[in-house]
Design a protein around this ligand. Sequence first.
Ligand code: GLN
Length: 443
Amino acid sequence: LKEALKLNSDEIKKLKEELASKIKESNIGAYVEQLTNTDITDSCNGVPIAIKDNINVKNWEITCSSNILKGYKSPYNATVINKLEEAGLCAFGRTNMDEFAMGSSTESSCYGKTLNPIDNTKVPGGSSGGSAAAVAGGIAIAALGTDTGGSIRQPAAYCGVVGMKPTYGRVSRYGITAYSSSLDQCGPITQNVEDAAILYDIISGNDPMDSTSANVDYPAVTPNLNADRKLTIAVIDSFVEQASPAIQEGYKKAIKAFEDAGHTIVHKNMLDTDKILSSYYIVATAEASANLSRFDGVRYGNRKGEGGLKDMYTQTKSQGFGEEVQKRIMLGSFVLSSGYYDAYYIKAQKVRHLIKDEYETIFKDADLILSPVAPTTAPEFGSFKTSLEMYLSDIYTISVNLAGLPAISLPVSKDENGMPVGLQLIGKAYDEQTVFDGALALE
Ligand code: GLN
């Protein structure tokens, strides 16, 4: 990305044509639509960035990889797209995802699966699996994804690229289809840490169109990148014990690399992962059930059912939403329903506060936390036999969203089959600079 930003307009045009032909030849299913020549020349004037299918781009179809939205064209740009354009970049290609960003493998897309470019028998991760696979497969310079509970960091880890989730409120959510509004953040997926910093600087900033946008300073991180800062890194031993041997080995190597470079390592504890998992899947599904109620056949996309209002609602949702999405709407409606609200939803919010407190305690003695991104490297297709098995693979990423913190995932080693091992560095709220500096030191 850094190099592409130096090109003149003729060179960019050439780059886009080369990229478009590579995309057409590629068979990993990273993009949901083949690019046409018109797309190349007309709709994109700048350095091409691949865009996840839940971010609005004016006049483009946006489906969140769901049948319910097939054919729906966006009337406006998300703020992040306007920011790309203002900085001389542009939206180029729609990337595949889990339906409505609910999933960890991109297997729940209505377009079918995306293959991990490193080993086609493995999942690319999710939900931003298309974005990560496109960058890893050399068919995107960089991409935007969204991260509600790990959807940028985990696919980046499975595909061996860099993925960064900013502090909640740093990047405008205006024009990004809401999954769980108090957790969602948009962020970069790139080939290296510096590119992630560049793209983060471009898309972040206060936005009056998003009431949760942070009204704080937005110092650019890229000009101040410093891999030589001496940092204190916290490690959570009980977390790491639950990961596969390859992840544990990568973790040890990363600790040693930090120590050898003169950083300080401190050992810390965290809440049980089962508490974290329960809290996340209650908060996320509760918000999702409210957010997805707008897809009712009246306002967006596909309408089904001929037998009156109720039939329209029922048919539109039953035929339009896939199984995982329907399951989550039901779970979310249940935990919000009267009689269960206090027992589940309020309790989950209390646990969420405890998680935030735990992080604050750790950050009294540390600049960053080093953590696995997922318990294993990329699994084979069909490995998650039940939804619960898939949810369990999110244990390392979701607490970061519950606490609203920034984190970056980057590849540090490989397992015995050559699959990338990714680790994440979690930072204090609004301290993206340290997150990027720490990642540069590890890269
Ligand atoms: N896998 C998690 C979920 O399914 C996270 C998804 C995401 O970050 N969008 O909710």
